[in-house]
Design a protein around this ligand. Sequence first.
Ligand SMILES: CC(C)(COP(=O)(O)OP(=O)(O)OC[C@H]1O[C@@H](n2cnc3c(N)ncnc32)[C@H](O)[C@@H]1OP(=O)(O)O)[C@@H](O)C(=O)NCCC(=O)NCCS
Length: 186
Amino acid sequence: MEIEQIPRDELRIVPLIKRHELASFNSKNDDLNEFLKNDALKDQEEMINKTYLSFWKKSFVGYFSILADTIEVHAIDENDGIQDYPYHKYPSIKIARLAVDRRFERKGIGGFLILAAIGLAMSVSEIIGCRYVTVDSKPESISFYEKVGFKIVEKYKCSEFPKMYLDLYPIVSMMQPKESLEEFEK
Ligand SMILES: CC(C)(COP(=O)(O)OP(=O)(O)OC[C@H]1O[C@@H](n2cnc3c(N)ncnc32)[C@H](O)[C@@H]1OP(=O)(O)O)[C@@H](O)C(=O)NCCC(=O)NCCS
């Protein structure tokens, strides 16, 4: 029976380690397959990228790699930035690679991987300044990222891999506990 959507609570995320078997991974993007098999572990050991794999039951279904990044101030819409910010760049976390095995596409795994990456960026922002999540999207995946709130940087709209960003500030603000309990005390 064909599975439609995989429930998120059945998906696991684990950091990449040496003994993971990667050879069978086959997304529809060859560069992303090659990166995972040839470079991900080496980059991780050299502290350039950190890669996380996702499993459903015993199947390896997808992965993403993230790293520290910056984004130019003028790439960010005025409403998503800080007024009179005195530097040229904002701190960010970049989703450098993200792919789902083609046998498991369109079952919610890609969406789950992005949320997991955003969750990690939010954890980082608790201890290190980090305002945005960035991605250099494949043109055919732009709407995939837009669905979770990423915006395209106008300046790079026509480049080979258009840069996109997600502002963490509104998400984090929404999650802040209210400073006062006044409204509950009436
Ligand atoms: C893009 C990719 C990660 C999507 O993964 P997936 O598991 O099929 O995505 P999901 O099933 O979680 O879909 C999430 C949402 O994005 C939509 N979506 C999925 N692929 C899409 C695409 N290529 N274009 C537009 N929307 C897409 C889905 O319809 C879904 O929308 P909904 O929430 O409104 O139902 C996967 O197709 C892939 O690995 N592609 C090759 C590598 C790649 O392009 N990586 C991303 C760019 S770096």
